[in-house]
Structure formats: structure tokens, C-alpha cells
Design a protein around this ligand. Structure first.
Ligand code: SAM
Ligand code: SF4
Length: 511
């Protein structure tokens, strides 16, 4: 039997990157081989992001090119947040797609893939629930649907009234799709927001051999008024601290030295450990991961200010392996806007958390996310966002123009700020932040930092390193250095900082 190959492209945040590692692990286990181009692949998968409209458009742009590939017999799948958000509408916009699966249903990927393969090898339509017989089966199979969230007609009778009958196999929910050509096999895996399942796969193919992600909490219950995440990633469900720690130990045994704990809101982690005496708070879990022998650096993202407790700063103070960096998204410096965004904290409460970090024993680098042009944002509100930049002194800001998203409460608000004005505010914000970063990065000159070596830039004859503050520090190793002590990717070396830029540092290896 010929080898099955797949190509996977990932869009979006670290959660998606890590989900893709789980998808790759699962596919390798199923006998697939990963290839680097669409041309080489039998199965082409896009792990998508829908946080902003631009991100969502990217996947449809990719899919629009691929009629020719379909003729070559390639199978296309859309995974992740756009899959969850758009559901079977994807089949209408991109009729060559055969598989649509949201992240909450990845645990069913092996079954979905086998179903797809079986159906394709029969070159006929198939039904996951009744795989022993395809007689009278519908033209595509439907996994447990997230019916309440799907923006498509969910009425089975509507499906029945279509010209080609769409059957409803026993025990399988239908979402009332439009009939499709018989030669197409379509499988959806759109799980319910009520799911309690975490996507813990046995098989994760981590791409970096030194630094790895561990998901500790999935989904989000915050429902910020602009955000699709609660609708695309489902409700919050935390893993047990025991399973997180077991994964951390396993990674340490494999030689990983840096772990990044992941979740849309790691601070609302609630240990699902059965024995209540063994349950850990997020800060306790963080400390415990930091104490795993062999682990030298622990990071975590993302923190929500509402749930960011002082105990997290205490843990950073107490456990040296916890990195000197916190990403604490604020979104706006105006309490009026924070209220409209349903962020559940005000400017003063946010600044209180900043003060805890500034009082820490080690200097903690603080970074944030901001949105400009949210409906109703006045010049005065925007001025408050700018003044927050000065007050906090961030080391990096990820700023975005407000993008109205489906299903979110703020889509009902008039998006009255023109795109040019959003773009202007974004430029003003980033220019101010650049000035702040120039000053902040300059103060490292002359100091000695430990960096984890990430690689080498041959063109510049520089090594690329990362500090505990999450800053890129590019450095040279002088010609007199002993070749045996040359830096290696994954090693930790001391570097003295000799220069600075707005987004990176320059240095020389200390020998
Ligand atoms: N959970 C994190 C938090 O609460 O800060 C953020 C997760 S979200 C994937 C990353 C960032 O995207 C947000 O912090 C926000 O700045 C931005 N974002 C989310 N929805 C947006 C929207 N509709 N328009 C523009 N930016 C958005
Ligand atoms: Fe979205 Fe708010 Fe949840 Fe972050 S906390 S993922 S911004 S809803």
C-alpha cells in the first residue's frame, strides 16, 4: 500500500501551533508522513484562526486556488477556529473541502481520517456511524454537531426537503446540510460547547526539541464582547495538575528544558484532580512545573487581569526557573472602553497588578495586547490608552484594529470608526511604544544575561538567543573562543549586552 502523506499549515496563536503539534502526532501515528508542500501531499490541512477577519480570509484565499489540486485527487481539510465558527458553511464557500473539524473534536481525528480513507477507497459516500454498511447512507457523515452554535439551518426537516435525500444515521446528529455531489466525502467534527473533553492526545509531535508547550486549560468563559474564542474553543476545562506534571516530567526526560504552559486564560485554571487535597491553584502548578528536575525555564500565556493573583508574582519570586516575563493583555487604557469590552476589570485594578509585578524581587518584563477603534472609542479614550503605555512601560505591545466577529455581542454595535482612523490610532500607538522600547532596551547595555540558544544566523555570523525576559539577544562568539565551547541550539550561555534596537538586543558571548 502506498504511503499516505499530509501537509499542514497553521495560522494564529500558540494554542493553534500546539494543536497542530497534536494533529501531526496523531497523523504520524495513523501512518501518515508529513511533507513540506501541497504538491507532495495526499491530504492538505489548514489549522485556522478566526480571531480577526483578516486571519479568517487567509484560509479562504488558500482554498480558492486549489481546484487544480482536487483534480489530482488531493483531499482538503479545515481544522481549528474557522472550522468551528463557520461549520458546514465552509463546504458552501469551498466545495472542495472534505473535512471540517473544530479543536474540541480532534480526539476523533483518527476515526474521522479512517472514515474518510474508507469512503475514498470505495469512492462512494459514507457514514461514520454505520461504517459496516454504506447502503442508503448520506452523502457525507456528521460527527456530534455543535448545533446551537452553528450559523447554518439546523432543522433536519429542512434537510429532508432538499432534492437529494440527506439521511440521519442512528445516533448521529445532523446539521441540515445542503446536498453535495456524490463523489465528495464530507466529514464534520464540530463538538458541543458543553463538552468536558480536553484534547489530550497520546501523540504530540513537538517541533522544537528544547522548548515545548503544555496545554493546561482549554476554552474560555470570559465572553469579552469582541471575542470569538468562547464560541470557537468552547467552555473552560482544565486538565488535572497530575497529568500536566506527568507531561512536564516526560518532557524533561526527553531533554526539554523550557516549558510554556498554555491556555486562553491560564489564571482561571481549576485543577480537575479528583482528590481535593491534591488540587493545585495555577500559581502552585506553575511552581511545581518549575521544580521538575531538568526544567530550566517556565513561561505561561495568556493571563487575564481579572484572575491574575498576587500569588503568581510570589511564585515567580520563589522559584528561579519561572521566567521574568508576564504577558498581561489590557486591551484599552480607558475604563469606559474596558467596560464596553466586558473585560471585568478597570484601569486601576489593572495598574494594581502591574504594581505587584514591579514590586517583585526580580525585574519582570511586562507585555500586553491592545485593541484600537473598538465601537465608541473616543479620542479621550484613546489618549488614556496612550498614557497607559507611559505609565506601565511595556517591553512589547501586540496591537490590533478592532475587527467585528460573528456571534460576539459587539457585532451588534455600530462599527463606526473608519478603517483609516483605526489605522491612524494603531500607527500612533506603535510609534509611542517604539520610543518606549528604545529606552527600555537600551538599559540592558552592559548587563550580563543568560540566553537559551535558538539557532544561528549564518548571513550575519550571529547566534540567536532568548533571555528569561523573552527578548531576542543576537550575539557573536569572538574568534578567540574555544571551538569546544561554541554555543549549541538548546544550550544556555552567558552573554554581555553590547547594543540595543527597539525589538532586540545585541551581545557578545562571555567565555
Ligand atoms: N485570552 C487572551 C486575553 O484575554 O487577553 C487573548 C486571546 S486572543 C487570541 C489574542 C488577542 O487578540 C486579544 O488579546 C485581543 O487583543 C485580540 N483580539 C481578540 N478579538 C479581537 C477582535 N475582534 N478584534 C481585534 N483584536 C482582537
Ligand atoms: Fe477572548 Fe476575552 Fe476569553 Fe481572552 S478572555 S479568549 S479576549 S473572551
Amino acid at each position: 500500500m502506498s504511503e499516505k502523506t499530509f501537509y499542514l499549515e497553521t495560522f494564529g496563536c500558540q494554542m493553534n501551533v500546539h494543536d497542530s503539534e497534536k494533529v501531526v502526532g496523531t497523523l504520524l501515528q495513523e501512518g501518515y508522513r508529513q511533507v513540506e508542500t501541497v504538491e507532495q501531499a495526499d491530504l492538505v490541512l489548514y489549522n485556522t484562526c478566526s480571531i480577526r477577519d483578516k486571519a479568517e480570509q487567509k484560509v479562504f484565499n488558500r482554498l480558492s486556488d486549489y481546484k487544480k489540486y482536487k483534480k489530482q485527487g488531493k483531499t482538503f481539510g479545515v481544522l481549528g477556529c474557522v472550522a468551528q465558527q463557520e461549520g458546514e458553511k465552509i463546504f458552501e464557500r469551498a466545495p472542495y473541502v472534505s473535512l471540517v473539524a473544530g479543536s474540541a473534536s480532534y480526539h476523533k481525528l483518527p476515526q474521522m481520517l479512517r472514515q474518510l480513507e474508507e469512503a475514498q477507497s470505495r469512492n462512494s459516500v459514507s457514514d461514520f456511524a454505520s461504517s459496516t454498511s454504506t447502503e442508503g447512507a448520506p452523502p457525507f457523515a456528521v460527527f456530534e454537531g455543535w448545533e446551537s452554535m452553528l450559523p447554518v439551518a439546523n432543522d433536519l426537516s429542512a434537510a429532508k426537503s432538499t432534492e437529494k435525500p440527506v439521511g440521519k444515521p442512528t445516533g448521529v446528529k445532523s446539521s441540515g446540510q445542503k446536498p453535495v455531489a456524490d463523489s465528495l466525502i464530507r466529514i464534520t467534527g464540530l463538538d458541543d460547547r458543553e463538552t468536558d473533553k480536553c484534547f489530550e492526545t497520546e501523540f504530540t509531535a513537538r517541533t522544537n526539541p528544547h522548548r515545548g508547550y503544555i496545554t493546561i486549560i482549554e476554552g474560555c468563559d470570559k465572553f469579552c464582547s469582541y471575542c470569538v474564542v468562547p464560541y470557537t474553543r468552547g467552555k473552560e476545562r482544565s486538565r488535572t495538575s497530575a497529568s500536566v506534571l506527568a507531561e512536564a516530567r516526560q518532557m524533561a526526560d526527553l531533554g526539554y528544558t523550557e516549558i510554556q504552559l498554555l491556555g486562553q486564560n491560564v489564571n482561571s485554571y481549576k485543577d480537575s484532580e479528583g482528590n481535593s487535597r491534591l488540587r493545585k491553584s495555577f500559581a502552585e502548578l506553575l511552581a511545581a512545573v518549575g521544580e521538575v528536575p531538568g526544567i530550566r525555564r517556565v513561561r505561561f500565556t495568556t493571563s487575564h487581569p481579572r484572575d491574575f493573583g498576587r500569588d503568581i508574582v510570589d511564585a515567580i519570586d520563589a522559584v528561579p526557573t519561572l521566567c521574568d516575563h508576564v504577558h498581561l493583555p489590557v486591551q484599552s487604557g480607558s475604563t469606559r472602553m474596558l467596560d464596553a469590552m466586558q473585560r471585568l476589570y478597570d484601569r486601576d485594578q489593572y495598574l494594581e497588578r502591574i504594581a505587584w509585578m514591579k514590586a517583585a524581587k526580580r525585574e519582570i518584563s511586562i507585555t500586553t495586547d491592545m485593541i484600537v477603534g473598538f465601537p465608541g472609542e473616543t479620542e479621550a479614550d484613546f489618549a488614556e490608552t496612550l498614557s497607559l503605555l507611559d505609565e506601565v512601560g511595556y517591553d512589547a505591545v501586540f496591537a490590533f484594529k478592532y475587527s467585528p466577529r460573528p456571534n460576539t455581542p459587539s457585532i451588534k454595535l455600530e462599527d463606526a470608526i473608519p478603517d483609516e482612523e483605526k489605522a491612524r490610532r494603531l500607527d500612533v500607538l506603535m510609534a509611542r511604544q517604539r520610543e518606549i522600547q528604545i529606552i527600555r532596551y537600551k538599559k540592558y547595555i552592559g548587563s550580563k544575561c543568560e540566553v537559551m540558544v535558538e539557532g544561528r544566523n549564518e548571513a550575519r555570523a550571529q547566534w540567536i538567543g532568548r533571555t528569561t525576559h523573552n527578548k531576542t539577544l543576537n550575539f557573536t562568539a569572538s574568534a578567540t573562543a574555544n571551538p569546544n565551547t561554541n554555543p549549541k541550539a538548546g544550550s544556555y550561555v552567558p552573554v554581555v549586552v553590547t547594543g540595543s534596537f527597539p525589538n532586540s538586543l545585541l551581545g557578545e558571548l562571555v567565555v
